[in-house]
Design a protein around this ligand. Structure first.
Ligand code: FEO
Ligand code: CA
Ligand code: CA
Ligand code: CA
Length: 595
C-alpha cells in the first residue's frame, strides 16, 4: 500500500509501531491490500495470467494434495499440523477478568498484528445460532422461552481474541487481556452512519449485530463484518424451518421487536469494529446498502478514491462496488479515514451478455451461457439503500421489463470477493439451483483501464467447479466455492460450502467431493487454474475464513457447523440426535472422531 496512511503512524491509543505493523502485516498478507504495489513496481502486463510469476513461494506453496474424505476429522496435507485454538462455549477473559464465552458458527476471521506474526488479535464472526446444540430445540414449531432466546443472542455476533504463538509453534488465546471482548446479537449498541442514519425503521442505533457471515479489513486498521441472513431472527418459528428463530415472538423484551426485518431495518448492514480499541463503538454503514452482505474487499490506488467490492449472497443476486466520496488520507487525518465508508456512490454490476451461468441439467459442467463478457456499473439510488436488491429489481422491471434483472444483474450467488495484486476482482459464485448450477465458479472481473473508479469492465470465469475426472485424487475438483484468500505467492485459496444435506449422499452431483474442503489454485505457471486439495473438514462442516499471518507461517481457519444434521428435524431417516447425549450426534469433532 503506497498511501501516506500506510507508511505513517496512525493516531490512536496504541503505539505507532502497532499501527505500522498492522499495515505492513496486511500488505504482506496479500489479499486485497497490495494492488498498488504490483501496478507501479512490477512492469508486468496487468492482463497477463503471468502477472504473479515474480513471486516466491511461502510455507504453504508446496504440498502433496490430499484425497477427498468423509472422515470426521480436520485433515491437512502431509507436513502440516492443525491445532484447535478455541471452540464454541470456551471461556476467555477480558477487562477486569470478565468471563466471555466464544460464540457459535464461526465464519469470518482476520489476524490483526499486535507486534508481529507471533502475537495479534483475531477478529471472528459468529454467524448464526444452532438452537439444538445450544438448548436442544429442534424446529417443531413449539414455543421457546426468553432464556433460550437470550442464549441464542449470546451465541452470535463477534469475538475479538488476543492470541500468541508459543515457541513450539502452537497458538494460545491470551487470557485475561484487555483486548478480549464480544459483540452479541443484542448488545452493545452499534451506531448508524451515512445517508440513511435516522431514517424510519433505521434510527440512529441498533442493538448488537446478527448474521455476521464473512467480512473484510480496512487499511486504517478496522474490521468489517457483514450481516448476511438477517431475516431468520424475526421470522416466527415454523415446523421444519431451521433458520427461523422467532426472537420477537419469544424474546420477551420490547427491543426484540426490532428483529422484524420489514418494520425495522436494523440488520443487513456492513458493520465496522476496531479490534485494537476496546472502547470503540461499532458502526453500521448505510451507504453500503442493505442486502445479504457476504464480505468486503477493498482496493486503494494512489490518486484514486477508496473502493470496496461486495457480494449479495442469495440466488440470482448481484455484485456491488462502493466508491468513496472521501479520499484515503495521511496519518494526520485518520479521523477522516474512519468516515470513508459514510459517503460515496454504490453501484451494482450489470453483466453482458448475462450474469448467470445456466446449465441444461443439474450437475452439468457445460454452461449454456457465455463464460466471458463485458459489463458496466449501474448506480444505486439513495432511496434504494434500505432494501437494495428488492428495490433494484423493481426499478429494472419498471424501466426495462421483467427479464432485465435476472438476465443482466443476477449471478449464481456471490460469496467472497477478493482483489488480486493486479487489481482484478475474483468472485466466488457458489451455485444456483434455479439455473442448474450445482458446482459454481470463480469469476474474474477487470475494470477497464485497470481503474478502480471505472464504470465499465470485462469478465471471465476463471475456475469452474465440478469433477475434473483427474486420476490424481488431490485434483478431482471442487464444488460450491465460498471464502477466498490470496497468499503472497499469488495462489488463490478456496474453501467450499456444499450444503450439509447434499454432502456424502450415495449419488448426487457432489458424491465425488465427499466432505467440504480447502483448495489452493495457482494463478500462474503450468498449474494455473487447477485446484489442489489441501484440507478436508470434518463431517457436515464447512471450512470458513481462511487467513494467513503476515509471515504466512500460520493459516487460521474456522470449522463451522460440524454435525449440523443432528439438529435438523426433517431428515430422512430422522436424525438420531438427542440433546446432551453426545454419542448420538452426527459429528464428534473437535472432541472426538465419529468415523
Ligand atoms: Fe453465510 Fe454467505 O455464507
Ligand atoms: Ca460464506
Ligand atoms: Ca455459503
Ligand atoms: Ca456458509
Amino acid at each position: 500500500d503506497r498511501s501516506d496512511a500506510a507508511r505513517k503512524p496512525m493516531r490512536g491509543k496504541l503505539s505507532s509501531a502497532t499501527r505500522r505493523d498492522f499495515i505492513r502485516g496486511v500488505a504482506a498478507a496479500g489479499a486485497s491490500t497490495v494492488g498498488a504495489v504490483a501496478i507501479e513496481s512490477s512492469g508486468l502486463d496487468l492482463f497477463s495470467e503471468q502477472a504473479f510469476a515474480r513471486h516466491r513461494g511461502n510455507d504453504f506453496s508446496e504440498f502433496r494434495a490430499i484425497a477427498p474424505s468423509s472422515a470426521d476429522t480436520l485433515e491437512v496435507a502431509n507436513g502440516f499440523r492443525a491445532d484447535v485454538l478455541i471452540s464454541w462455549g470456551d471461556i476467555f477473559r477480558g477487562k477486569d477478568r470478565r468471563a466471555l464465552r466464544y460464540g457459535f458458527n464461526n465464519d469470518f476471521l482476520a489476524y490483526f498484528p499486535l507486534r508481529d506474526s507471533r502475537e495479534g488479535l483475531l477478529f471472528v464472526n459468529h454467524e448464526y445460532p444452532d438452537p439444538f446444540f445450544l438448548h436442544g430445540y429442534k424446529p417443531d414449531a413449539s414455543a421457546k422461552n426468553a432464556a433460550q432466546v437470550q442464549e441464542e443472542q449470546d451465541s452470535v455476533g463477534n469475538s475479538i481474541l488476543h492470541v500468541k504463538r508459543r515457541d513450539n509453534g502452537r497458538w494460545k488465546v491470551v487470557s485475561p487481556s484487555k483486548y478480549n471482548r464480544r459483540i452479541y446479537g443484542d448488545r452493545p449498541d452499534l451506531v448508524f452512519t451515512g445517508p440513511l442514519r435516522g431514517a424510519p425503521g433505521i434510527g440512529t442505533s441498533a442493538h448488537g449485530s446478527v448474521g455476521n457471515c464473512s467480512g473484510g479489513i480496512t487499511p486504517w486498521g478496522t474490521a468489517l463484518s457483514c450481516e448476511e441472513n438477517f431475516d431468520g431472527y424475526g421470522t416466527p418459528v415454523t415446523l421444519n424451518v431451521e433458520f427461523a428463530y422467532g426472537w420477537p415472538q419469544f424474546g420477551g423484551q420490547p427491543e426484540d421487536a426490532e428483529y422484524d426485518f420489514n418494520t425495522f431495518k436494523k440488520y443487513g448492514w456492513v458493520c465496522e469494529h476496531d479490534p485494537y480499541d476496546p472502547g470503540y463503538v461499532g458502526r453500521k454503514h448505510t451507504a453500503l446498502g442493505r442486502f445479504r452482505h457476504e464480505n468486503t474487499a477493498f482496493r486503494h490506488e494512489p490518486g484514486k478514491q477508496f473502493v470496496l467490492y461486495m457480494g449479495d449472497d442469495k440466488n440470482n443476486e448481484g455484485v456491488y462496488k462502493f466508491v468513496s466520496a472521501r479520499s484515503l488520507r495521511s496519518s494526520r487525518q485518520q479521523d477522516d479515514n474512519r468516515r470513508i465508508l459514510e459517503e460515496g456512490k454504490l453501484y451494482i454490476a450489470r453483466w453482458e451478455p448475462e450474469g448467470r451461468r445456466r446449465f441444461a441439467v443439474a450437475g452439468s459442467r457445460d454452461p449454456l451461457t457465455a463464460t466471458e463478457g463485458t459489463g458496466e456499473w449501474v448506480e444505486v439510488r439513495q432511496s434504494e439503500l434500505d432494501d437494495t436488491a428488492t428495490k433494484l429489481r423493481a426499478r429494472m422491471a419498471a424501466d426495462f421489463g421483467p427479464a432485465e434483472y435476472d438476465t443482466h444483474f443476477a449471478t449464481n450467488r456471490p460469496e467472497d470477493v477478493e482483489v488480486a495484486e493486479d487489481g482484478s476482482v475474483f468472485i466466488a459464485l457458489t451455485n444456483n439451483s434455479s439455473v442448474n448450477d450445482s458446482h459454481g465458479a470463480v469469476r474474474r472481473l477487470r475494470e477497464d483501464g485497470n481503474d478502480p473508479e471505472a464504470t465499465t469492465f470485462t469478465w471471465r470465469d476463471y475456475a469452474a467447479g465440478g469433477p475434473t475426472g483427474s486420476p490424481d485424487p488431490g485434483r478431482q475438483g471442487f464444488s460450491a466455492p465460498d471464502n477466498l484468500v490470496f497468499d503472497r505467492a499469488g495462489n488463490l485459496w478456496v474453501v467450499t460450502d456444499i450444503s450439509t444435506l447434499s454432502l456424502n449422499q450415495p449419488s448426487n452431483a457432489y458424491t465425488y467431493h465427499k466432505n467440504n474442503a480447502m483448495f489452493m489454485i495457482p494463478t500462474s505457471g503450468p498449474n494455473r487454474g487447477v485446484a489442489f486439495r489441501f484440507a478436508n473438514g470434518p463431517v457436515e462442516a464447512e471450512l470458513t475464513g481462511p487467513y494467513f499471518t503476515p509471515d504466512e507461517e500460520t493459516l487460521f481457519v474456522n470449522v463451522q457447523h460440524p454435525g449440523e444434521v443432528t439438529g435438523i428435524r426433517a431428515t430422512n431417516p430422522p436424525s438420531p440426535g438427542k440433546f446432551g447425549r453426545e454419542r448420538t450426534y452426527t459429528s464428534w469433532w473437535p472432541e472426538g472422531n465419529k468415523t
